[in-house]
Design a binder for this molecule. Structure first.
Ligand code: G3I
Length: 316
């Protein structure tokens, strides 16, 4: 039987997963991650609080472990993430920096992190979640200190740090056409007009069973029509647990729809699911009573969603 990775390789797309460095010593986890996926994203190990917990004190152990694993297994790495309001150490969020100081802090973080992995990490979520659920810029130290320009500044710093890397903005709840994705559309049109370096947009796609937006294809296309790439960066589809068979079947249809939609649009380059196994998914920790959001269950058994993705990738 071909794995998801085999099928994705044959189609020239990526099929990715999120990895936690502290799980890589577990045989089933590592084997499943390398067999089923041709791309990986650090789930937490590359975030600001992990990489630079104190000013000027970089700590690469977890981030390196994931990159080394990917290289040993011939996988691509997608870099997540550089400028984000969350998992940001308090020396940044509460640092009281002037605009010039904050720009210097950002430039140091971006150039040091991207520089370390230049040639090993080719695509980056440079800015994560700059816009809130109300479709306006989210309050953060970056927005408060620099205004909306923090997005353009971050992207310019990233281009300078690694001119060969592809640069993305990434967010959730922008999978369909809605007020928040409209705000992103306006933002990226504006950035492109200003000549700001931006290669694509990441749709996280943290979805709820039965609620794949009907306008997802139209939404992907309006961004690719601008010449941008689109990636599905953090797909999972949660449900109430214990999962009913009906929900597992519905979830399979939902996964099939998301993967098929991406594959049908030129410029949608692939899909990453946000974890290897339901056993370690972020969902149960963050949503009471929900889970079972990934294609592979707690015992590393393929779910109906797995076979739906398999089929969508051309498996028989
Ligand atoms: O690092 C501490 C550790 O010291 C402590 O012992 C432990 C006890 O709970 O917590 C650890 O922090 C956890 C952290 O992950 C690192 O493992 C936090 O509690 C936990 O809340 C945190 O959750 C992560 C979440 O981002 C935080 O925002 C999830 O694992 C991760 O899957 C999730 O990923 C995000 C993407 O980066 C951006 N898009 C949304 C997505 C889902 O929220």
């Amino acid at each position: 039987e071909e794995t998801l990775r085999d099928l994705a390789d044959q189609r020239g797309v990526f099929m990715g997963t999120a990895l936690a460095s502290h799980r890589l010593g577990e045989a089933q986890y590592a084997e499943t991650a390398s067999a089923e996926f041709n791309s990986v994203t650090h789930e937490n190990d590359l975030k600001w609080e992990a990489v630079q917990p104190q000013r000027g004190q970089y700590s690469w152990a977890g981030a390196d472990r994931v990159v080394d694993f990917a290289e040993a297994n011939g996988q691509d790495v997608h870099g997540h993430t550089l400028v984000w309001h969350s998992q940001l150490p308090s020396w940044v969020s509460g640092g009281g920096f002037t605009a010039d100081e904050l720009l210097a802090v950002m430039d140091d973080h971006i150039s040091t992190t991207m520089g370390r992995y230049a040639g090993r990490i080719d695509t980056w979520d440079v800015v994560n979640e700059p816009i809130g659920d109300d479709a306006r810029f989210r309050d953060s130290v970056f927005h408060r200190t620099l205004g909306e320009d923090f997005v353009a500044e971050s992207l310019r710093m990233a281009r300078a740090a690694d001119p060969a890397a592809e640069l993305y903005i990434n967010d959730y709840s922008i999978d369909g056409v809605n007020a928040k994705s409209d705000a992103y559309y306006d933002l990226v049109v504006d950035l492109l007009d200003q000549g700001v370096p931006l290669d694509g947009i990441g749709f996280q796609s943290h979805l709820i069973v039965g609620q794949v937006p009907a306008s997802m294809r139209q939404n992907i296309e309006r961004f690719t029509d601008l010449g941008l790439k689109v990636r599905i960066t953090e797909l999972d589809i949660r449900m109430n647990v214990p999962a009913s068979q009906a929900d597992l079947e519905r979830q399979a249809d939902d996964y099939r729809e998301v993967v098929t939609t991406c594959l049908e649009v030129d410029g949608c380059t692939g899909v990453t699911v946000w974890g290897v196994t339901d056993a370690y998914s972020w969902v149960p920790d963050h949503f009471d009573g929900q889970g079972a959001a990934l294609p592979i269950d707690e015992s590393y058994q393929p779910k109906p969603a797995y076979w739906a993705v398999h089929e969508a990738l051309g498996g028989t």
